[in-house]
Design a protein around this ligand. Structure first.
Ligand code: AMP
Length: 598
């Protein structure tokens, strides 16, 4: 077994390692540290976050810096403020026994004057986000023309975030003869371009398989219909009572909404996205670190700097567009040698994306079924029993015991247990009792609830009801265009459009039914909900007077182009067997707990 003392590190760094409690070097450290200490060569390291890569470049960098000189000798570029601060803090810990080493973080959203002042005092190592770095170079507030080492950390993320030009500009301000160390979880084309353009015969190391996700992560997917994502998310949380998770959504808006709904439904959740102020984000992250938040709902960009080691689950509420992004998401769990689970909620039409990810990460996904209400009740009961068993007795209760004993005098042990469990459990049981099967394809209870007017057809032509009509400014032609454009279908894909006064019908092939239904889930135009359901009446005759809960929502013809951007707002939901069918729109939502919205 390789030890830290075998890697060629100075005693001062070994002392810091001991203080940090690192017992042995991680794979990336074992591979990178000797190379970086012995040579002045460039390095490309394929390593995920959580593998210990900060120390892999941090230790050699600190050892090689001349602490007697105040010149900036090392530059570390990283994608986000959070990561920048995290690296800076780690480097400070690693260099605690070095005299006079100054590490300064520079990043956007904080005072540039303060940062310039810190640099001026002498910073041998600067850790920076590309945007702020470029800004400071152009204002002459930092001098990187004499650096010996440049680290590009999470290079793929920086390029994903559009920093290609900034990085090129920054590197052109640095000397040619410096060493460049590039760390990246994946190796997309742009990262190779940077490596080719700015590096000289770099040595390469790979931790785990190339382009693969961390092997400590198990990948699972759950097939649900688009509108069942939210109840499925809750079930995943409820089957894992000790969950400590990051839930990824695609947009800031969905992120906020899912977090709000979870909070209202009684979960310890919080939102993390770019529309929050830095202060709000810091508060959320602090609560998450302290585990006061068990479900952190985040956008990809906002989650980039998350440096929490013991995340048990990553939940992909929606899949990202880029496979690389999936790798980053799942890398938030299974960190520092721990195991983790990355769960994905997919609709049938997204299954092919799962296959593409499998090919890329070289790991198989396991198809799992969303637990039934009965499964969850069982798990929760066991959890409750264990919780009671392990609860430490509060001594303060002692003085109240005579009174309590008096009340419970006639209740025997068995009955008492039943009562204690019931007191905690009944609300839960009521919610999940008779809850439907959420696995798409297995939706045997869907009919009973009449959610979509029946099972989603899988073949032939399907007729739909839509809650917009002539009074919303449509005729059959413009409605056909609206549906086709919104769902991004081909010219002939929408047919038999029958535009009535306040509602309409149309047909598509069953192959696109899932796409139609998921697009029109939570879909709003001009602040009102456009609701599409499979028609119970395939002939398309009169139906219950457009009797959707929202009445005639939806856009006028002139708003058609805004359909997609108009976003997927809330709409009233008819799947209300568990919570009463309250209507809501916008922020005015009935306060219901444990009610399925998506
Ligand atoms: P990183 O990949 O640099 O984000 O590191 C992930 C986490 O692992 C950080 O919290 C480090 O403090 C921790 N870490 C780094 N190296 C080791 C090691 N050799 N043993 C245990 N933990 C480590």
């Amino acid at each position: 077994m390789t030890k830290f003392t075998d890697l060629g590190l100075d005693q001062s760094l070994i002392d810091a390692v001991n203080d940090l409690g690192f017992e042995k070097p991680s794979e990336v450290q074992e591979k990178a540290i000797p190379i970086l200490l012995e040579n002045e060569s460039d390095l490309v390291a394929l390593a995920q976050t959580g593998t210990g890569k900060t120390a892999a470049f941090g230790f050699p960098l600190i050892q090689k810096i001349d602490s007697d000189s105040r010149t900036t000798q090392g530059l570390i570029l990283s994608p986000t403020r959070e990561l920048c601060l995290q690296i800076t803090n780690e480097l400070k810990l690693y260099s605690k026994y070095e005299k006079n080493i100054n590490v300064v973080a520079i990043y956007g959203g904080a005072s540039i004057t303060d940062q310039a002042r810190q640099i001026k005092r002498g910073a041998q190592i600067v850790v920076a986000t590309p945007g702020r770095m470029k800004d400071m170079i152009s204002r002459g507030l930092v001098n990187i023309t004499k650096i010996d080492y440049c680290v590009l950390d999470e290079a793929d993320e920086m390029l994903n975030m559009g920093f290609f030009e900034d990085i090129k500009d920054i590197l052109s301000n640095t000397p040619d003869e410096k060493s460049t160390w590039l760390f990246s979880a994946t190796m997309p084309r742009e990262v190779s371009i940077i490596a080719k353009k700015f590096m000289h015969s770099p040595q390469e190391i790979t931790v785990g398989a190339k382009n693969s996700g961390a092997s400590t992560v198990q990948h699972e997917y759950y097939q649900v219909s688009g509108r069942d994502r939210y109840p499925a998310l809750k079930r995943l949380a409820d089957t894992n009572p000790g969950i400590f998770s990051v839930v990824f959504c695609r947009t800031k808006r969905d992120t906020q909404r899912v977090a709000e709904m979870l909070i209202e439904d009684g979960y310890n959740a919080g939102a993390l996205h770019g529309d929050l102020s830095q202060n709000q984000r810091d508060l959320v992250m602090n609560s998450f670190r302290k585990k006061q938040i068990q479900m952190l709902v985040a956008t990809d960009v906002a989650a980039r700097g998350i440096d929490v080691d013991d995340v048990t689950h990553v939940i992909n509420f929606q899949l990202p567009d880029e496979i690389e992004t999936y790798t980053h998401r799942s890398g938030r769990t299974g960190r520092a040698g721990k195991s983790g689970i990355s769960m994905v909620l997919v609709t049938r039409s997204e299954i092919r994306k799962i296959r593409a990810i499998e090919n890329k990460i070289n790991q198989k996904f396991i198809l799992k079924t969303v637990p039934t209400g009965k499964d969850i009740c069982e798990i929760q009961l066991q959890h409750l029993a264990n919780k009671i068993k392990n609860t430490e007795i509060n001594d303060e209760i002692e003085s109240h015991l005579p009174a309590i004993n008096e009340i419970l005098a006639d209740v025997d042990r068995e009955e008492l247990i039943k009562k204690i469990v019931s007191a905690e459990f009944t609300r839960f049981f009521n919610y999940y009792n008779k809850a439907k099967d959420l696995n798409s394809g297995g939706g045997r209870e869907r009919n009973e609830r009449g959610e979509r007017g029946g099972e989603v057809p899988t073949s032939g032509s399907v007729r739909y009801f839509i809650n917009v009509g002539e009074k919303d400014g449509y005729d059959w032609m413009s409605l056909k265009d609206f549906i086709r454009d919104t769902v991004q279908l081909g010219k002939e894909d929408v047919f038999k459009v029958d535009c009535k006064e306040s509602f309409s019908f149309f047909n598509t092939d069953a192959a696109v039914t899932e796409q139609i239904l998921s697009t029109f889930t939570e879909f709003k135009v001009d602040g009102r909900f456009v609701n599409v359901e499979v028609s119970k009446n395939p002939g398309g005759g009169s139906r219950r007077g457009g009797g959707r809960r929202n009445g005639s929502g939806g856009g006028r013809g002139r708003d058609r182009d805004r359909g997609r951007d108009g976003g997927r707002g809330r709409r009233s939901n008819s799947n209300s067997s568990q919570g009463g069918g309250g209507t809501f729109s916008g922020k005015r939502r009935s306060k219901r707990r444990n009610t399925d919205f998506f």
